[in-house]
Design a protein around this ligand. Structure first.
Ligand SMILES: Nc1nc2c(ncn2[C@@H]2O[C@H](COP(=O)(O)OP(=O)(O)OP(=O)(O)O)[C@@H](O)[C@H]2O)c(=O)[nH]1
Ligand SMILES: [Mg+2]
Length: 430
């Protein structure tokens, strides 16, 4: 979206990545991920420099010698931009920019920028715009220009945007604060409507299941596989792609299984390590689908060697957004990518090794979900008088009917009912 096609098809920015190696075992993985984030933001990584240090230099992030090395690398590789793995202070940004001549951003700004480019719906645009403005507030005095996209009212503002026709304004703190307040108000109005819809759904008393997990794990692919098999409207698939943050908003679909039981499945925003705090807060609202779910399905890319670190990040982020105690099952996805791994394969009650591209895996997943969410269903025998045929039709539609017998005083049904249904049909028990 932000890349202008006709007027200035400018080259992709050439970037050098910086990282502080605190000698913990996740450092390399963090740098690999930083490179993927840069690629996801349409940048070309031309170099990477790290320094073994416990804490950054307050003024220049790296020590003096490394800063000199960086300056040389910037001119040698003709880099336009430098991206640091850690969050930078305004003075670190200013000093590094002066010394290297390149523009300097940090991991947080990079992630915010990706989200800004990917956001399509108004809600996602508002959330990202608020997070970006909050990020900019304490950094106003730096040489970094504050840019806002006038036409979309804040959506799509981009630190590294190379788009033509964007009006860039210098805004002072007060303007930004007002802007944030306006965007928040608009967001609250939209979310109020969503909340109303959600409470209607709660009244229907249908179970909610949410797919959560690291970005690129395969959540949307699983959602689509299930929608194609069990969705009322099979065309209502969601966007899946081999890139970070393909999904930026929650999508909810109703699935009805062959035995007539149904549940709602939501696909949510993926996580990444060091997700900016402002962004986590901004997406909290979107993730209420997960917070209000009866069951979480954590999707893991089992073929990624860093899958355990990714699981830890997912669980930490879920806690941060207040989704601590929803029951969870774990799906070890992409098993087709790992040699000598059998799938689908249950690992105890709460885990499944599977592939989203495999029919029997999807069936196994649904069975597992059913076991969990319908665990408190019970079998009952009901006798429905003949003049209440409507009730028989309703049960056939909404419950699992095991047997039907026509007797002299009515239709006798053996059914599996949810606790709410048990209450509703109590009068027919016998
Ligand atoms: N080989 C293989 N590829 C898969 C599988 N599941 C998903 N993929 C691929 O992995 C990539 C990411 O899948 P998505 O479903 O978009 O991932 P996601 O979890 O929704 O990612 P975000 O929306 O970014 O959070 C796509 O290219 C999928 O085709 C799988 O089981 N096996
Ligand atoms: Mg997705």
């Amino acid at each position: 979206m932000a890349v202008a096609t006709s007027e200035v098809a400018k080259e992709q920015p050439r970037v050098i990545l910086l990282g502080l190696d605190r000698q913990d075992d996740t450092f390399e993985y963090q740098m690999t991920e930083l490179a993927e984030l840069a690629a996801a933001n349409d940048m070309v990584v031309v170099g990477q420099i790290s320094q073994k240090m416990d804490r950054p230099n307050a003024g220049t992030y790296f020590g003096k010698g490394k800063v000199d090395e960086l300056s040389e690398a910037v001119s040698y590789y003709e880099a336009d931009m430098v991206v640091a793995n850690d969050e930078l202070s305004p003075s670190q940004i200013r000093n590094l920019e002066t010394k290297t001549g390149a523009s300097v951003i940090d991991r947080t700004a990079l992630i915010l920028d990706i989200f800004a480019r990917r956001a399509r719906t108004r809600v996602a645009q508002l959330q990202v715009a608020i997070a970006q403005l909050q990020y900019q507030l304490p950094r106003l005095r730096t040489s970094m220009n504050v840019r806002l996209d006038q036409q979309t009212g804040g959506g799509g503002g981009s630190f590294t945007s190379r788009g033509a026709g964007e009006t860039k304004l210098e805004l002072n703190r007060r303007h930004i604060e007002h802007k944030i307040a306006d965007l928040r108000k608009e967001l609250a109005e939209i979310e109020h409507d969503d909340q109303t819809r959600r409470s209607q759904r709660l009244k229907e008393n249908i179970k909610n299941v949410a797919l959560v997990g690291y970005t690129n794990a395969g959540k949307s692919t699983i959602m689509n596989g299930l929608v194609q098999r069990f969705g009322a409207n099979q065309e209502k698939t969601v966007f899946e792609a081999d890139m970070l943050f393909a999904t930026l908003e929650t999508a909810v679909r109703k699935l009805t299984l062959p035995d007539h039981q149904s549940f709602l499945l939501s696909d949510t925003v993926g996580f990444v390590s060091h997700l900016p705090h402002g962004l986590v807060a901004a997406f909290r609202a979107t993730l209420t689908e997960a917070a209000q779910a009866d069951l979480l399905v954590q999707v893991v890319d089992y073929s990624d060697e860093n899958y355990q670190a990714m699981m830890a990040t997912t669980e930490k982020t879920l806690k941060e957004i207040g989704v601590g105690d929803v029951p969870m099952i774990t799906v070890y996805n992409k098993a087709d990518q790992i040699a000598d791994t059998a799938y689908p394969e249950r690992e105890g009650e709460n885990a499944l090794v599977m592939s989203a591209q495999d029919e029997s895996s999807l069936t196994a997943l649904v069975t597992m979900i059913e076991e969990q969410i319908f665990a408190d269903n019970v079998e009952k025998t009901l006798l429905i008088p003949f003049d209440q045929g409507k009730v028989v039709a309703e049960l056939n539609d909404q419950a699992v009917v095991l047997a039907t017998d026509y007797e002299t005083d009515g239709t006798r049904l053996r059914v599996v009912l949810s606790p709410t249904q048990v209450k509703r049909y109590q009068q027919y028990e016998g």
